[in-house]
Unconditional design. Structure first.
Length: 644
């Protein structure tokens, strides 16, 4: 994507139409109809996908900041969750009708994708008409799932490794009227479930996780395939089937399950897996096992960059195409094998939750290499040889000589540093030389932009010159997948979108870690190494949104530098366009994060008090000073962990 023009007339406002602003940040490409730039130049959210029912994010932020709520905060849109549930289930219903599929479809939400109570409860409530169920992978998730008001036709799928207590609770859930299916990762786990069921006088619903030869595509493709962490290959599957027969429990095998990885980017890989899974199902049915459910797992992806390709951050298919391929492929194989069509279970999680949450952060300061300093090329004077040479280059650099000039400047900078190290140059002269060097670099980058084949050194130089926008958030807490996997998320300003962005920048968080920077950004053709941003003057409020973070990010985040969970609020809009804001849930204060890491805040406070008392008694401080320190410490303990 071409960078916006930097040719802004001095003293005049630079106008930018909403359509052009959308192009700069790709909103229409990745927004899925939920996000757009409005006429005021602000980012707006349409929770139901209807543009005239939208929420202006700047107005929301202003309302929160007026109420003395500071960033960062997470904005949650439960109506987007409701819309995603309807859209995904609607796609499968349409596919079933179109291809005259003789079975049916059930969705289950994998709780691990976002375990927040509000998220799970919203999905369950909005999914009742579709008999939407849950997938759980731990005892904690199981208890949370069993407490939900699921319908009688909903199911709970238990994946992952299970101990005796996990199995016991799942089996006993029959007493709650639940249909809970224990998916075994190996034969012995299923044997344990059967034996425990007999002791309890109950017959558990069993499933088998099958390890397919087929793999998905994208960053998580190694979740599938014959060397995947979970599941049984053909040898273990046959052993398990024989074991169930020997135990007299062949009729309890209700589900075959497979998973080829999260965020499947290429639909062709998915179709191959659907066909293989349907074949396994058919062969198991032909062996006399009346399996009801074929669980095709998760993998329904999200187009984070808007390119609609098989790139790591996109998908080359629509939800409807995915549903069509699942239904048609499985139906075709079952018809050929002359076995009943199964109830198809899907575990879409990312596609359900990613769009519904975004993070608002405020830019606290902007750092630009070489911009500091009250110097002028026209009036600067020096007696140091490297500075004089750099001054001449800065005055003469032009479109014809900029490459040679840049190389000369590199040599002069080297000489400058050597002279300083040897003690022949004072600090003031060194500062002048560095300032001149960066001016030359900026001019060289500007001249190189017009080249048909821009040398790599100037691409790298432009990256180094990108402004650092220091933002009030922790990447490790709010964007763990960027840090761990280089997963990209759409990022853009929420206002001033009717102005031409004249800067290129990266985002730096407020942790004391050099890894705490976002330096890759989504683009329809390729990832960008800097983002188009606006100039920020001292005192300006400038807010950015990090979008599509509703899947995985919240509970995977960590406490690096003891920056805790962020504040959050849920927002909805009624049919008349009135915006309704839920209760503001304040993020972690300092007391909370200290407790997480084993400290007793009151013990820490008492330790401070004792130190101050000894200092006062020895005459080092006054009583007023003692009180001042303790009052400040109490305020710190009660404060939000982020900047105010």
């Amino acid at each position: 994507m071409a960078a916006p023009s930097n040719d802004v007339l001095p003293g005049k406002a630079a106008g930018l139409a909403p359509e052009r602003a959308s192009d700069v940040y790709g909103v229409e490409n990745w927004g899925f109809g939920y996000f757009h730039v409005n006429e005021a130049g602000n980012l707006a959210v349409s929770p139901s996908g209807v543009r005239n029912l939208s929420v202006d994010l700047l107005k929301v932020v202003e309302q929160l900041t007026e109420a003395r709520r500071s960033t960062p905060f997470l904005l949650r849109f439960p109506q987007i969750l409701e819309d995603r549930v309807a859209a995904v289930h609607g796609a499968f219903r349409k596919a079933i009708q179109e291809f005259e599929y003789e079975g049916s479809h059930l969705g289950v939400y994998p709780v691990k994708v976002n375990q927040k109570a509000e998220v799970v409860e919203t999905l369950v409530e909005s999914g009742k008409r579709f008999n939407y169920g849950l997938e759980v992978g731990s005892k904690a998730e199981l208890i949370a799932g069993l407490s939900q008001p699921l319908t009688a036709s909903s199911i709970i799928v238990c994946n992952g490794l299970k101990d005796d207590l996990f199995l016991r609770m799942a089996i006993l859930s029959e007493k709650l009227g639940r249909k809970t299916i224990l998916v075994g990762e190996d034969p012995e786990e299923l044997r344990q479930a059967v034996e425990l069921g007999r002791r309890l006088g109950l017959k558990p619903h069993l499933g088998v996780r099958v390890k397919l030869y087929s793999r998905g595509s994208g960053k998580w493709e190694e979740s599938g395939g014959e060397f995947a962490k979970f599941g049984m290959g053909a040898i273990a599957l046959v052993r398990t089937l024989n074991m169930l027969r020997e135990l007299g429990c062949a009729d309890r095998l209700k589900m075959l399950h497979f998973h080829i990885g999260s965020q499947i980017t290429d639909i062709r890989r998915a179709k191959q897996a659907f066909k293989e899974a349907a074949r396994v199902y058919s062969k198991v049915r032909q062996m006399g096992f009346d399996v009801e459910y074929l669980n095709v797992g998760g993998g329904l992806g999200v187009d984070y960059d808007g390119s609609k390709t098989a790139s790591e951050f996109s998908v080359n298919y629509s939800v409807q195409e995915f549903a069509n391929d699942v239904i048609y492929t499985i139906g075709e194989v079952c018809a050929a094998e002359e076995v009943p069509a199964p109830i198809i279970v899907t575990e879409a999680g990312r596609a359900m939750t990613a769009y519904h949450a975004l993070l608002i952060t405020e830019v606290k300061k902007v750092i630009k290499p070489g911009v500091e300093g009250d110097y002028s090329i026209e009036t600067m004077e020096s007696e140091s040889e490297p500075v004089i040479e750099l001054l001449d280059i800065a005055r003469d650099i032009n479109a014809k000589t900029f490459r040679e000039d840049y190389h000369d400047a590199l040599q002069q900078r080297e000489d400058l540093n050597k002279l300083f190290e040897l003690g022949y140059l004072d600090l003031e002269e060194k500062a002048k030389g560095e300032w001149l060097f960066w001016q030359i670099c900026r001019r060289a980058v500007k001249h190189s932009a017009g080249m048909k084949q821009r040398p790599e050194e100037f691409e790298e130089l432009e990256r180094l010159l990108a402004a650092k926008y220091v933002c009030n958030f922790s990447m490790f807490q709010s964007l763990p997948d960027f840090w761990a996997f280089d997963q990209l998320f759409p990022i853009m300003p929420i206002h001033r979108l009717n102005e031409v962005p004249v800067e290129r920048g990266i985002l730096c968080d407020i942790t004391c870690d050099s890894d705490g920077a976002v330096d890759k950004f989504v683009d329809i053709r390729d990832e960008k190494e800097s983002l188009e941003l606006h100039a920020v003057q001292p005192g300006d409020k400038y807010y950015l949104a990090i979008l599509l973070i509703g899947a995985y990010q919240e509970t995977l985040g960590d406490l690096h530098n003891l920056f805790g969970e962020v504040s959050e609020v849920s927002i909805s809009i009624d049919p008349e366009g009135q915006v309704e804001m839920g209760e503001f849930q304040r993020g972690d204060d300092v007391r909370a994060v200290l407790r997480y890491t084993g400290y007793d805040p009151e013990a820490l406070r008492n330790a401070l008090a004792q130190q101050l008392q000894r200092r006062r008694e020895s005459g080092d401080i006054t009583g007023d000073e003692e009180h001042q320190v303790m009052a400040t410490a109490s305020m710190v303990l009660d404060d939000y962990t982020y900047l105010g």
